[in-house]
Design a protein around this ligand. Structure first.
Ligand code: MG
Length: 326
């Protein structure tokens, strides 16, 4: 059996897609396309699904399951099939910013656990004071800031004020569609801008490259239509000197398994921010849970994503089931 994960949220806050729209698109459009003819390799899915516009999270949900199934049929780890290896991965963690002391305490804890990079979710009114406090305390920390598009062009002076903090990247400072704003900001700061929500398709990536709107992208297979579209974007990034790294989407162990496999591919920047299971779940639906050991996460060498489902926990969290037959 192949396992995939659709990373849509309950509401359309990150992209337009939601869990409900993904069910609709998978059931009424993608599954009927799947039944049209046998699939020989998962690469075919991008063109098979191309009559359906957008809905990349729904597509990635199906594609990831077929990737896992395909790797299992070949009895190979998905990481290897994607071109990666099974070397343990150094990881990063996102840290909450409820107050400066609580944030610093949490960073201490994450570093003690072995995380190599810290990412803070910033926004207007919750940025410089926090970032400067982290830099004072941890001058050499690999530190990134992610704004999830919370700033606008009137905030450029505030964003420029972060440029001395030696951030590894400033992720998605402006709205997803503000290509020119990102270009103008990148012209004014040394800190590499990393685009996340902006990059959904190769056309988006071409636009960013052509305009010089960023120096890096956050390559999320769950948001770009699946693992093969992500690999294809990675190649494009390498040709144009754009850094690419693999972020997380609060996935369960299934989606995390796919993200870890993608993170092993040469050219993906490490550490990524795919965390261990205990950062998000009391109990994950896969077993063994992804656990950091000495700051590294082991990539399982079993076929497919390499994790087995924990049937009891899966049953406990199952809300609905749908079955489709040709
Ligand atoms: Mg982001």
């Amino acid at each position: 059996m192949g396992w995939g994960e659709c990373v849509a949220f309950a509401g359309p806050w990150y992209t337009e897609e939601t869990i409900e729209t993904a069910w609709h698109v998978i059931r009424d459009f993608l599954v009927p396309l799947l039944w049209q003819q046998p699939i020989v390799t998962p690469e075919e899915l991008s063109s098979r699904f191309s009559p359906v516009r957008g809905n990349l999270m729904a597509k990635a949900g199906v594609e990831s399951a077929i990737q896992d199934l395909y790797a299992k049929r070949l009895e190979r780890p998905l990481a290897q099939l994607l071109g990666g290896d099974l070397k343990p991965l150094p990881l990063g963690a996102a840290v909450a910013m409820n107050s400066v002391p609580a944030m610093l305490a949490e960073i201490d804890q994450r570093l003690a656990e072995g995380y190599r990079q810290i990412k803070l979710k910033i926004g207007p009114g919750k940025d410089l004071v926090y970032l400067e406090a982290v830099r004072d305390r941890f001058p050499d920390l690999e530190l990134m800031a992610d704004a999830n598009g919370a700033y606008s062009r009137k905030d450029f002076s505030q964003l420029r004020a972060m440029d001395h903090l030696n951030l590894k990247m400033l992720e998605q400072p402006l709205a997803a569609g503000d290509w020119f704003g990102h270009r103008d900001l990148q012209n004014q700061i040394r800190t590499p801008i990393c685009l996340d929500e902006s990059i959904r398709t190769e056309d988006d990536l071409d636009l960013a490259i052509g305009l010089k709107s960023c120096q890096a992208i956050n390559l999320k297979w769950g948001r770009v239509g699946g693992l093969y579209p992500a690999l294809s974007m990675l190649k494009r990034c390498q040709q144009h000197g754009i850094a690419a790294w693999c972020g997380g989407m609060l996935e369960s162990g299934i989606g995390r398994g796919h993200s870890l496999a993608l993170s092993t591919v040469p050219g993906v920047l490490l550490p990524g921010d795919v965390s261990a299971a205990n950062r998000y779940w009391e109990e994950d639906i896969v077993t063994p849970e992804a656990t950091l050991i000495d700051g590294y996460l082991t990539i399982p060498n079993a076929p497919g994503i390499g994790y087995a489902l924990n049937p009891k926990q899966l049953e406990r969290v199952t809300v609905t089931r749908q079955e489709y037959r040709p």
